[in-house]
Design a protein around this ligand. Structure first.
Ligand code: SF4
Length: 332
């Protein structure tokens, strides 16, 4: 590990200044991803600012009827919160589908959003990787790319964002609240937080240097049945091959509204807008689910080893829609 200095932040404004004032400084929360990357010398921060003791670990009701989730709320605590389980079961299901119990008890909400890809070549300093070393190439493009992206990728990078939690939050229209080094803060729709790779896959989010996530807010729970379904190589402690976060609202046997986000398929949690539009007003039946899956995967492109993800994602979306429709409360 490359030597670094360390300080524990006492309040958000001081934390932001401590990073913004030093090139090579980084925030650390739970450290469940960053410390692994530091041991491999893939990340080599010169200074760490520890956010874990900041007063950002509460889950509060908002005036609008939603929830405000502090950036340092642990993934395990968020999954177990009775309000999350009752009103946002999709989020609780996604969190419990991610990582292991030990990691969930350490990993923070903000850290989960900002975790790096698990593309195998990103973790191998002997292989070219535009995300790790800009301009070096992409070993995954012609290599072992079974876990890589089929949507939103570029010729420079086909890595996927690995979070389950973020996929559920995107389906729930979550917003990210930040603290800026110049003072004040801003609000970013979570679906816009992560950048598509384009020619600069090493720039992964909209956040500037020293900008800190303080909280994530969820709007009031949308009507309808919520479901998170994850397909992976083993039953626990595995990243998604494909996942679907779904909110399905039916009335008189027709689709009133849907929210669909896909995980494991793109460089960011992938909101399937086209599928949602296709489903509006449609009968809740198999042909509608097929049309939605076709729309969701219309622009998908495989790279050999991950071609299977295209039919797998379509099948998983159809199955999730079917399951949600069968369990959805009937409204007239
Ligand atoms: Fe690196 Fe992205 Fe290519 Fe993986 S897909 S090797 S992260 S550039």
């Amino acid at each position: 590990m490359t030597p670094f200095t360390y300080e524990r932040a006492e309040d958000p404004a001081q934390a932001v200044q401590a990073v913004a004032s030093r090139a090579g400084a980084r925030f650390v929360g739970g450290g469940t991803n960053l410390l692994d990357l530091m041991k491999l010398r893939i990340e080599q921060p010169r200074h760490l600012v520890d956010l874990s003791r900041l007063p950002l670990a509460a889950i509060d009701e908002t005036a609008e009827g939603g929830l405000r989730i502090g950036a340092q709320v642990r993934n395990g605590d968020l999954a177990a919160d009775p309000r999350v389980r009752a009103r946002y079961p999709l989020l609780s299901q996604a969190l419990l589908a991610g990582a292991s119990g030990q990691i969930r008890n350490k990993a923070s909400t903000a850290g989960n959003l900002l975790q790096r890809t698990r593309c195998a070549y990103f973790y191998d300093p002997h292989m070219p990787c535009n995300k790790r070393t800009p301009g070096s190439g992409c070993a995954a493009m012609e290599g072992h790319n079974r876990m890589n992206a089929i949507l939103g990728a570029s010729d420079a990078c086909i890595a996927v964002h690995p979070s389950d939690m973020a996929v559920a939050m995107v389906a729930l229209d979550a917003q990210v609240h930040t603290v800026l080094p110049r003072g004040g803060g801003r609000v970013i729709a979570l679906r816009e937080l992560h950048r598509l790779p384009g020619a600069t896959p090493h720039i992964e989010t909209q956040l500037g240097h020293g900008e800190m996530i303080a909280a994530v807010t969820l709007p009031p729970p949308p009507p309808g049945r919520q479901l998170y379904r994850k397909v992976r190589d083993r039953a626990s402690y595995a990243f998604a091959l494909v996942s679907v976060a779904l909110v399905l609202d039916l009335r008189d046997g027709r689709v009133q509204a849907t929210r669909i986000a896909l995980g494991g398929v793109a460089p960011r949690p992938w909101r399937a807008d086209a599928a949602e539009q296709v489903l509006a007003g449609k009968l809740a039946e198999a042909p509608s689910w097929r049309a939605a899956a076709d729309a969701a995967l219309a622009g998908a492109r495989g790279h050999g080893g991950n071609d299977f993800k295209i039919p797998l994602a379509a099948h998983t979306l159809r199955q999730t829609l079917t399951a949600a429709a069968m369990a959805a409360p009937k409204r007239a």
